[in-house]
Design a protein around this ligand. Structure first.
Ligand code: WT7
Length: 667
C-alpha cells in the first residue's frame, strides 16, 4: 500500500517535470533579463508592454519619465507616455477575438459546496459591458469614483472591469469594513455610485451589506455629500430582497436593471497615466490612504508578474483565496490572471467551511495548476491535520504561492510537503498595495533553490536596497540587514495618494531621499536572497490585513470613557499578529467586562470586526518619556511578559507605571 503510494508520487513528479519547461530555464537567463530590466527600464518595459493591445502605441523612447528624489522637485512617475489602452479590453475582448470566448474565465463556488457557477470570457465580457452601460446611464464618466462593496461573487471582478472599461475609478471596500469606514471612503473619493449586495452567508453566519451601505450613505449625507445611485445585487441566503431596506429614489435592483442593458459597450480608450483605481490602505498615522494606480503601468505590472512568477498561460487553472477587497484580489484574482487568459477559481465562502477539506476538494475538482494563498490561512488549515489535503488528489498542482506576511518555516514545509507533495515550488511574493504587483519572489524554476521563509530575488526592474536605519546609508555588502527601500521606478507603482500628494511624498519618498521607503525591515543573505522581517513602522498585520495602530487608537479614544489608548501588535500563532490595546479610562473604577465589551464594540463600529483588539489591558497611566512620547517598546515587553528585558528605561517620566501595568496584566 505504502509502496504503491510512493510509486504514484514518483509518477506525478515525473509528469510535473515533463509537462512544461520553466520559463526561465537557468539562473543565467534570469540574470541577463534582470540586468537588462534595470539598465534600460524604458526599453525593457516597452518590449514587455508590446504583448498587449494599445489603441495608440507609445513611442519606443521617451515614454518613461520620472523623479523620485524630493530634493529635485515633486515626485512623479510616467510610463508608456503617449500610449492609450484599456485593461478590460486586454482582459476580455482580446481573448474573445482570439477565439477563446468559450473558455472559462471564472469558476466560482459560494458558501455551500453545491453553489457553483462558471462564466466564460464571452459571458463576462457581456456582463461587464451591461454593467458599464448601466453606470454610464446613471451618469458615471471617465475619472468618476465608484465604490464597490460586494462579497466574493463573480459580479465583484465584473464590477471592477466595468469601471475600467469606461475609465471610472473604482474603490473596492472590503466587506468586513463598518458603515463608518465605508462612509469615510465614500467621502474621501466622492463616489456618487455604490455597487453592493443584500448580504452574504459566511459559514453559518449571515453578513448584511445593504443595511451597512444605507448607514454609510446617510453618514456621508450628514457631511454634505450625496450618493446618487446604489445598485444592489440579490445574493440568496443572508437577507431576502423583501426584507432589504430600500430607497426607491436611489436604489436599483441589479437583477432588474442589468439584464435590460445592451451587452455591447465599446471601451473608452484611456491614456496610460489616467487613473485606473483607488484602494484604501492603512498607514502608521492618520486616516486611511487612497492609493492611486494608473491604467498602463498597473496593467503591465499585473500581467508580466503573472506570466513570470506563476507561469500563467492561456487555459491554465489558477486558484486564489484572496478577497478583491485587498490588492491581492485586484492584481492576482481579477486583473493579472485575465490578462494571461487563465481560468480563475474563486471561493465566495469561508475556506474552512463546511470543513478543512473544502479548498483541497476545490483544487482537485477544478484541477488547479497554481494555488495562491496567505500564511495565516495555511496555519489554520495545517492545524486541522494532514488528512484533509491527503483526502484530495492534488496532483494537478504545479506552483504554490504565498503572500501577505512572512511565511514561518513550519507552514512553509507543510505547504511544500503535504500540499505540494514536495514537487511544487513555493513562490513567496513580497509586495504591497502601493507597489501594485509582486516585487520579490523565488522564481518557479528548479535552479532557484528557494529557502523556506525567504522572498527570494527581485522581480524584473526592481532594485531593493537595504538601508542602515540610523544613517540612511545603503549597505552595499551582499549580506546585509536594515530597512528595505526600492531604488528607481517600476510600472505598477502607486502614483499618488488621492487628494494628498504631499502625504505621498512624505510617507514614501522623504524618509530616505532618492528611494521609495517600504516600511519593512529586511535581511539579504550571502546568496542575495531577501528575507522580510516585518514592518518597522506602526503598522500591524493581522491575518494578512494591514492596520495602523493609530487607526485603532483613534477609534478607541472616540469612545466617551476612553482617555487614552496605545495599541501594539503581538505575535499570534494563527493570525501572525494580534491587536493588543492598553487603555486608560476616564476614572479608573470602570474597569469592568462590560466596559471592555463596549470598547471592542466601538472599534467594530468605527473600523470593522477585523480591527477589534484581541486584548484590552487596563492602564491607569501609560509609560511615557519626559517629552510625552509613549514608549511602545516598553509596552511590547509588558504585553508579552518579558519585563525582565525592558531595556533602557532611564527616559521614563514615571518609573512606577511599569510595575502597575505588570500587575494589571490579564485583569
Ligand atoms: C505588507 C503590505 C501585497 C499583498 C498583501 C498585503 C507584508 C506582504 C509579504 C511576504 C513578508 C509580506 C509586508 C508589506 N507582506 N507580502 N511575502 N513576506 N511580508 O498588502 O496590505 O499592502 O501589506 O504586507 O509587511 O509591507 P498590504
Amino acid at each position: 500500500m505504502q509502496r504503491l503510494e510512493v510509486l504514484s508520487r514518483q509518477l506525478t513528479a515525473a509528469q510535473a517535470s515533463e509537462d512544461r519547461a520553466p520559463l526561465l530555464a537557468t539562473r543565467a537567463e534570469y540574470d541577463a533579463m534582470y540586468r537588462r530590466s534595470v539598465e534600460d527600464p524604458e526599453g525593457f518595459w516597452g518590449e514587455m508592454a508590446s504583448g498587449y493591445h494599445w489603441q495608440e502605441k507609445f513611442p519606443a523612447r521617451g515614454h518613461l519619465q520620472y523623479n523620485t528624489d524630493v530634493r529635485r522637485g515633486p515626485v512623479s512617475v510616467q510610463f508608456f507616455r503617449g500610449g492609450t489602452t484599456n485593461i478590460s479590453y486586454n482582459c476580455l475582448d482580446r481573448w474573445v477575438a482570439a477565439g477563446r470566448g468559450d473558455q472559462t474565465c471564472f469558476i466560482w463556488e459560494g458558501n455551500e459546496e453545491s453553489d457553483r457557477r462558471t462564466v466564460t470570457y464571452r459571458q463576462l465580457l457581456e456582463e461587464v459591458s451591461r454593467l458599464a452601460n448601466w453606470m454610464q446611464s446613471v451618469g458615471v464618466k471617465k475619472g468618476d469614483a465608484v465604490t464597490i462593496y460586494l462579497p466574493m461573487v463573480v459580479e465583484l471582478p465584473a464590477a471592477m472591469l466595468a469601471c475600467a472599461r469606461i475609465g471610472a475609478v473604482h474603490s473596492v471596500v472590503f466587506g468586513g469594513f463598518s458603515a463608518d469606514a465605508v462612509a469615510q471612503r465614500i467621502l474621501d473619493c466622492k463616489g456618487k455610485v455604490v455597487l453592493t449586495a443584500t448580504g452574504v452567508m459566511r459559514g453559518a453566519k449571515p453578513v448584511l451589506l445593504k443595511p451597512i451601505v444605507d448607514e454609510a450613505v446617510a453618514l456621508a449625507a450628514k457631511q454634505g455629500f450625496n450618493v446618487s445611485s446604489v445598485l444592489c445585487l440579490e445574493v440568496p441566503g443572508a437577507l431576502p430582497a423583501s426584507r432589504t431596506p430600500w430607497n426607491p429614489a436611489r436604489d436599483v435592483w441589479w437583477g432588474d436593471a442589468i439584464p435590460k442593458m445592451s451587452p455591447v459597450c465599446p471601451p473608452v480608450w484611456l491614456a496610460a497615466e489616467d487613473r485606473s483605481f483607488l484602494l484604501y490602505t492603512s498607514g502608521s498615522t492618520g486616516k486611511p490612504k487612497g492609493v492611486v494606480h494608473t491604467v498602463g503601468g498597473y496593467m503591465i505590472g499585473a500581467g508580466v508578474t503573472c506570466r513570470y512568477l506563476f507561469d500563467m498561460r492561456p487555459g491554465d487553472i489558477f486558484m486564489n483565496t484572496a478577497d478583491c477587497g485587498w490588492i491581492t484580489g485586484h492584481t492576482y484574482l481579477a486583473y493579472g490572471p485575465l490578462l494571461c487568459g487563465v481560468s480563475v477559481v474563486m471561493l465566495g465562502g469561508v475556506p474552512t467551511y463546511p470543513d478543512g477539506g473544502r479548498l483541497w476538494r476545490m483544487a482537485e475538482r477544478y484541477k488547479a495548476r497554481t494555488f495562491y494563498t496567505a500564511p495565516t490561512l495555511l496555519r489554520s488549515l495545517l492545524q486541522l491535520g494532514d488528512a484533509w489535503p491527503r483526502q484530495s488528489d492534488l496532483s494537478s498542482l504545479r506552483i504554490l504561492g504565498s503572500v501577505g506576511e512572512p511565511i514561518n518555516e513550519h507552514a512553509w514545509h507543510w505547504y511544500h510537503e503535504v500540499v505540494g507533495d514536495s514537487r511544487c515550488p513555493i513562490v513567496d511574493t513580497w509586495w504591497q498595495t502601493e507597489t501594485g504587483s509582486a516585487m520579490m519572489a523565488p522564481l518557479p524554476a528548479p535552479w532557484m533553490n528557494a529557502k523556506p521563509g525567504s522572498a527570494g530575488l527581485p522581480f524584473f526592474g526592481v532594485c531593493p536596497v537595504i538601508l542602515d536605519p540610523a544613517t540612511g546609508n545603503e549597505i552595499v555588502s551582499t549580506a546585509a540587514e536594515g530597512v528595505l527601500a526600492l531604488r528607481g521606478v517600476w510600472p505598477s507603482m502607486a502614483r499618488t495618494l488621492h487628494g494628498d500628494h504631499e502625504r505621498f511624498e512624505s510617507v514614501y519618498f522623504a524618509p530616505y531621499k532618492g528611494y521609495y521607503f517600504t516600511g519593512d525591515g529586511c535581511r539579504r543573505d550571502a546568496d542575495g536572497h531577501y528575507w522580510i522581517t516585518g514592518r518597522v513602522d506602526d503598522v500591524i498585520n493581522v491575518s494578512g490585513h494591514r492596520i495602523g495602530t493609530a487607526e485603532v487608537e483613534s477609534a478607541l479614544t472616540e469612545h466617551a470613557d476612553c482617555a487614552e489608548a496605545a495599541v501594539i501588535g503581538v505575535e499570534h500563532g494563527i493570525k501572525g499578529q494580534a491587536i493588543y490595546a492598553f487603555v486608560t479610562l476616564r476614572g479608573h473604577d470602570h474597569q469592568t467586562e462590560a466596559m471592555r465589551k463596549g470598547l471592542m464594540d466601538h472599534v467594530r463600529k468605527v473600523i470593522g470586526p477585523f480591527a477589534v483588539p484581541e486584548v484590552i489591558h487596563w492602564a491607569p497611566a501609560l509609560p511615557k518619556t519626559r517629552s510625552g512620547k509613549i514608549m511602545r517598546r516598553v509596552l511590547r515587553k509588558i504585553a508579552t511578559g518579558e519585563e525582565k528585558e525592558l531595556g533602557d528605561v532611564s527616559t521614563l517620566a514615571e518609573p512606577g507605571v511599569v510595575e502597575m501595568l505588570i500587575k494589571l496584566r490579564g485583569k
